[in-house]
Structures are given as C-alpha cells and as structure tokens.
Design a protein around this ligand. Structure first.
Ligand code: PLP
Length: 362
C-alpha cells in the first residue's frame, strides 16, 4: 500500500495522525500509571480529570455558554432521533422538522414514533440539492422545537444560515460538521453529534443542551433516555465510553493547538474550495449538483460523466492511497469526505489524481 494513505471515508473517519500517535504511545501505560485508560475506573481521580478536561476544552472550543450542559452519551446520533422528541416535546402538540436529505428523513421517521411531526419545509421536490430558505418554512406557533440536520452527510448539503425562530428551540444534528467551524451555540436549544467524524471514535455521542430543556421527559421514560439523569450525574450514570472520551479529549487539544475553530474553518474552506474547483473546472467530466451556497465543506459527492468509469476510478484511486471514495449506496458515484483530520495534502493528492484521470479518460 502506498503511504501515506488518505482516507476519504464518511465515518468512522480518519483521526489526526498526531492524536493516533499519542494514543499509541500511551496505550499500555497512561502517564506512568502502568495501565491503559481502557482499564481505569471511570470514577477514579485520573479518569475524572480526563473527562473534566474533555468537557472544559470542548466548552472553550465552542464557547458553550454556562447555561448549557455538555453530555457524553452513547447510542449514536440515531438514539438522539428518539431522545430529542422524548425529552423536548414538553406537552406541545407537535414537533417541526426541516427535511433536507436522508439523515433528516430518518430523524423524522423516528420522531413520528413519539410525536406529531410537522415537516416545516422539504427539498424533496428539488432532488435534495438545496436547503429551503427560511422564508419558505411553515412552522406552527405551538411547536415544541424545530429540528434540522446541519450537514447532510450523504447528500453533501450544508446549512449556510442559522434559522431565527424566536422562542422556539432550534435542534441540530451536527454529526458530520461539528467542530469544523465556529458556531454560536446560544442560537440553539440542543446540538447533538455522533462522535465518529470530527470528534473521535464511534461509541460516543455528544449532546449540548440548554438547561431549561432538561427535565421534561415523561414519567415512565427509561432512565438512560432522560437527559436530566445524565446532566445530574455528569455523564456518569453508568460507565461512559471511557476510551472514546479520552481520544476525543486529545482531538480537542489538537484543535486548540491548531488555533481553535476559526483556524480549523479556514483550513476546511481551503480544502473544500480546492475540491469543488477541480470538479467545476473539469469541463463536465465531474459533477456536483448541489446549490453552491449549500455545498458541504465536509462531504463532497460527485459523479463521473460516464458511470462506466466509476470502478476504474475507484481502483486507481485506491492504488494511489486515496481510500474509500465510493459514494453512498443510495446515491452512487463518489463521495470525498474531508473532515477536520483530512490534511490539505490529502485533498491536493486527490485533486491531482482527478485531473490526471480526467485527462487520460476524457
Ligand atoms: N446523522 C448524521 C448527519 C450522520 O451522518 C449519521 C451517521 O453517519 C447519523 C446521524 C447516524 O449516526 P450514528 O451512526 O452515530 O447513529
């Protein structure tokens, strides 16, 4: 295998190499304690320090206001599809969802098990290529919250605005773009994310939730599905995903050393611009159909002008160490996921390969 390889998989995604190296160095003997983080009591002083620092560093990176809780949970973003309506319905008649692609559709389907769902807007009639402007949304006044998927990982569609909803809490599935750029957390009631793109290993789910939205789960809710339980017990109601939190903590330090989310955003913007330019300037050899303002900075799906070339494109890319470019099975084509940990050198290598391939096959 050619080295270095660049992994464009959508998730579980690449982690920063320096983080993996640190994990390797500390794997058997964390800070001279003679054991691995995996073997530590989650209630011991060492681990309490790890999780406290992880939370503080995340708070600093995202400038999370004091009246929000940061919860380290399990069950993936998929469990949040259920926990959000269970906890946030608060006796309201309905919950509103904006449908922009496959992940928001899944969130809607799950919410329907617990709530009357109002689809406030949908782009299904526009091939999921654009985020409907807020002026097109229809949100009832008596709704519990409005849910969006801030970045649609499969479609490659990202919100270019934060909706303004007055007193109605805004909930965002930020699984595939959290920590990619600064965000004003105070504009949201709740943000959740599966860890396995920009945070760390799968198995950890992050929830950032405003205090007043905690404590409304109906009687009879399973303990583990109640935000109030996790908030009260500092994400330690049961054994948390200790190793995943430890790796996430190292990722947070890496982001801080890089200069924080502003610096990360600049790098991500450069990477995405390079890749979209290569697609747009290919004379139609490659195509990305997403409305420009909504093109995702993290997930870049594209097609080749002749799908018969897909297999050879993937085989040659793989041989050059450009891995996991195959598009999602529902959409076909290609998808390059360029999360935080993808270095600019990786995108440059991909763009070089794409130009060369188009020249040879065009
Ligand atoms: N939401 C989005 C936007 C995703 O990209 C994913 C997974 O890729 C999910 C939800 C589901 O996450 P999980 O597998 O952690 O349940």
């Amino acid at each position: 295998m050619k080295y270095p390889v660049y992994n464009f998989g959508a998730g579980p995604a690449v982690l920063p190499h320096v983080v993996l190296e640190q994990v390797q160095a500390e794997l058997l003997d964390w800070h001279g304690r003679g054991i691995s983080v995996m073997e530590m009591s989650h209630r011991g002083a060492d681990y309490m320090q790890i999780i406290a620092e992880a939370e503080q560093d995340l708070r600093d990176l995202l400038q999370v206001p004091a009246h929000y809780k940061v919860l380290f949970l399990q069950g993936g973003a998929t469990l949040q599809f259920a926990m959000v309506p269970i906890n946030l319905l608060r006796g309201y008649a309905r919950a509103s969802y904006v449908q922009t692609g496959i992940w928001s559709a899944k969130a809607i389907a799950e919410a329907r098990r617990f709530a009357t769902v109002e689809v406030a807007a949908s782009n299904a009639d526009r091939q999921a290529h654009v985020v409907p402007l807020q002026s097109e949304w229809q949100v009832s006044a008596d709704t519990a919250y409005v849910h969006i998927a801030g970045n649609e990982t499969i479609g490659g569609l990202e919100f270019d605005f934060v909706p303004e909803l007055g007193d109605i809490p805004l909930v965002s599935d930020a699984s595939s773009h959290i920590l990619s750029k600064p965000v004003d957390v105070s504009r949201f009631g709740l943000i959740y994310a599966g860890a396995q793109k920009n945070i760390g290993p799968a198995g950890l789910t992050l929830v950032i939730v405003r205090d007043d939205l905690i404590g409304h789960a109906p009687t009879g809710t399973a303990t583990m599905l109640d935000y109030a339980v996790h908030a009260k017990e500092g994400s330690m109601h049961n054994t948390p995903p200790t190793f995943a939190i430890y790796v996430a903590a190292l990722v947070f330090k890496w982001l801080q050393q890089l200069g924080g989310l502003g610096a990360m955003a600049e790098i991500n913007a450069r990477k995405a611009a390079l890749l979209y330019a290569a697609i747009d300037n290919s004379g139609g050899f490659y195509n990305n159909a997403i409305e420009h303002r909504n093109r995702s900075q993290m997930n870049v799906p594209f097609t080749l002008h002749d799908a018969a070339l897909d297999a050879i494109f993937l085989k040659e890319a793989d041989a050059q160490g450009l891995l996991q470019l195959k598009g999602h099975r529902l959409l076909g084509g290609m998808r390059a996921s360029i999360y935080n940990a993808m270095p600019e050198a990786g995108v440059l290598a991909l763009v070089d390969f794409m130009r060369d391939f188009a020249r040879r096959q065009g």
